[in-house]
Design a protein around this ligand. Structure first.
Ligand SMILES: C[S@@+](CC[C@H](N)C(=O)[O-])C[C@H]1O[C@@H](n2cnc3c(N)ncnc32)[C@H](O)[C@@H]1O
Length: 179
């Protein structure tokens, strides 16, 4: 049996008030959402979510999520690493969250796609993750302070690099606001 982890990220829970305080006109993008645990949490707090992933089966499982207003949920099957396409081009969100996923070619697009005053939540593995196992490919591992360097012109609300207990791992976590 596949075990689905539906517990929302502690980073998101800790900073939910920032998202609740946003004026929402575009929705929040859960980029590479997987099971959608984080987007589901935002839905439960009344925020509209665009769930985006390359895996259509994972997205299909999200169609059963119960919401009072169907307009709160958008499912988007997309390849964010496509060489033929630029999926975020021309798209705008009030916030974008990325957990446990890294494709460096997407960072500038993520920055462009957040509206002024909007937020980014980013948490993924650092190079120290190798102590715990996979991923070990450098393409998927952040260097020290890499996240803060990407968002250096934004207001950094929260940043840390730390061991995460569940699952045992080493991650960098950032919350930042676009000027
Ligand atoms: C480790 S999971 C993280 C899921 C979720 N963000 C979380 O933390 O629970 C990585 C996700 O990235 C998705 N993914 C991988 N490559 C992708 C791509 N090129 N475009 C869109 N999604 C992709 C996978 O399908 C998977 O659901």
């Amino acid at each position: 049996m596949t075990h689905l982890n539906l517990e929302a990220s502690a980073l998101l829970v800790r900073h939910i008030t920032l998202l609740k305080a946003l004026e929402i006109s575009h929705g929040v993008l859960d980029l590479a959402c997987g099971s959608g645990r984080n987007g589901r949490y935002l839905l439960s707090r009344g925020l509209p979510v665009v769930f985006a992933d390359i895996d259509g089966e994972k997205l299909a499982s999200l169609s059963a999520v119960e919401v009072s207003d169907p307009a709160m949920v958008t499912l988007w099957e997309v390849d964010f690493e496509s060489k033929a396409d630029d999926p975020l081009a021309g798209k705008t969100f009030d916030a974008i969250m990325v957990f446990n996923y890294l494709h460096r070619g997407l960072i500038n697009r993520i920055k462009q796609s957040v509206r002024p005053g909007g937020l980014v939540f980013y948490e993924t593995f650092t190079e120290q993750q190798r102590r715990f196992g996979r991923p070990s490919n450098p393409d998927f591992l952040l260097k020290p302070n890499e996240l803060t360097a990407w968002f250096e012109t934004w207001q950094i609300i929260h940043y840390e690099e730390r061991e995460r207990a569940n699952p045992p791992s080493h991650v960098a976590s950032l919350v930042a606001r676009k000027p």
